[in-house]
Design a protein. Sequence first.
Length: 253
Amino acid sequence: MRTLRLALCTLVLTLSLLAHSAPAQAEDIIVSAAASLTNALTSAKTSFEAAHPGMRVVTNYGASGALLKQMESGAPVDVFASADQKTMDQAVAKALVNPATRKNFVRNGLVLIVPADSKLALKSERDLAAPGVARIALGNPETVPAGRYTQESLTAAGLWEPLKPKFIMGNNVRQVLDYVLRGEVDAAFVFSTDAMQAGPKVRVVREMSATTPALYPIAVCTGSKSPAAKAFVDYLLGAEGQRILGGFGFQKP
């Protein structure tokens, strides 16, 4: 009996020591971000994690409006990065983010693109009305900021209604870009950073003008339980974060 008791005590002590010597679990920072940020933010999070041992950034990319709906439905999110002010305004109005932490952290532009091997002689958005142009891809303005900027620009030019029959709506800006890369559409409207990611596979016809600048806001969510959420936001706003984002074509706000 004494031998058994001694063995049990030794086992308990060993397990206790193992538990205390086990490496600490990484602190997760869940980030929901606009689809156009996919490559840039993936690179930034890798750099952030290297500089902050014990912290891990978990990213979820999609259309800003769709991400907002996920948050409304109770999806756990620590940091929200939108591609437009309207969606972030809605997040503030619904008390989903802390307005005191809201900052504009990058700026983007909207461009009209065609497949690199396109034979269409397009020079501006007005040429999209030509009979040879059958399919034009853009993000759904209801949920996709790039689509909303497109609608604003085409409406100002008096082209929104005339071109409507040719529109192919995408669920996010990366889906729109994929339509072009697969040659499924004649032209598309995407962010300039998306065109940059596609490289020689697409040709930029022109940069579009818009009355609303494509400023991207970021904020810490009110339901966040992560003390490190603000640290990640600060990192993106800092010199190193801005350098990384700039390398993917994003401009300073």
